[in-house]
Design a protein around this ligand. Structure first.
Ligand SMILES: [Cu+2]
Length: 162
């Protein structure tokens, strides 16, 4: 088959669409997502971060926290879990996976860098503004306070858009 320049461009367009950003949470169950543990954010000068720090997923999805940089872990905040939900606790320098079976807002942190602001949020299933407000009432230490506020604001925009 002879592929013309025009066909080639069409094919490239199709590929770009297929590999573009996807909303994996949109109606898909059992999907796998990744959150990187990083020394520095890819798009700012923020240090000690999870990337992305706010992730929206479907109930039944799994998140893999990836030890891209050394010296980090991911551990659920015991006081930021939905009723009846299980937490997780990864070891430093290890990837850790968790399957999210209960809808709601989950807060988590990196144990050595929690007060440096290395925290994150996972939004599972149908999350309401009331749930985010409740999460915002939880006391945070050091820089985690400012970061968690920013992340809850991002989460608020995400649930409004979905
Ligand atoms: Cu860390």
């Amino acid at each position: 088959m002879k592929i013309t320049r025009r066909d080639g461009l069409k094919l490239m367009g199709a590929t770009a669409l297929a590999t573009g950003p996807m909303k994996a949470f949109a109606g898909s169950h059992g999907a796998m997502h990744e959150v990187e543990m990083l020394n520095k954010a890819p798009d700012s000068n923020e240090r000690q971060v999870f990337n992305p720090p706010v992730l929206q997923i479907a109930k039944g999805d799994t998140v893999k926290f990836v030890a891209t940089d050394r010296g980090h872990n991911s551990e659920a905040n015991d006081d930021m879990l939905p009723e009846g939900a299980e937490g997780w606790s990864g070891k430093i320098n290890d990837d850790v996976e968790h399957k999210f079976e209960v809808a709601g807002v989950y807060g988590y942190h990196c144990t050595p860098h929690q007060s440096a602001g290395m925290v994150g949020l996972i939004l599972v299933g149908d999350v309401t503004q009331e749930m985010l407000d409740a999460a915002g009432e939880v006391r945070q230490r050091g820089r985690a306070r400012q970061r968690m506020e920013e992340y809850l604001a991002q989460a608020s925009e995400m649930i409004a858009a979905s």
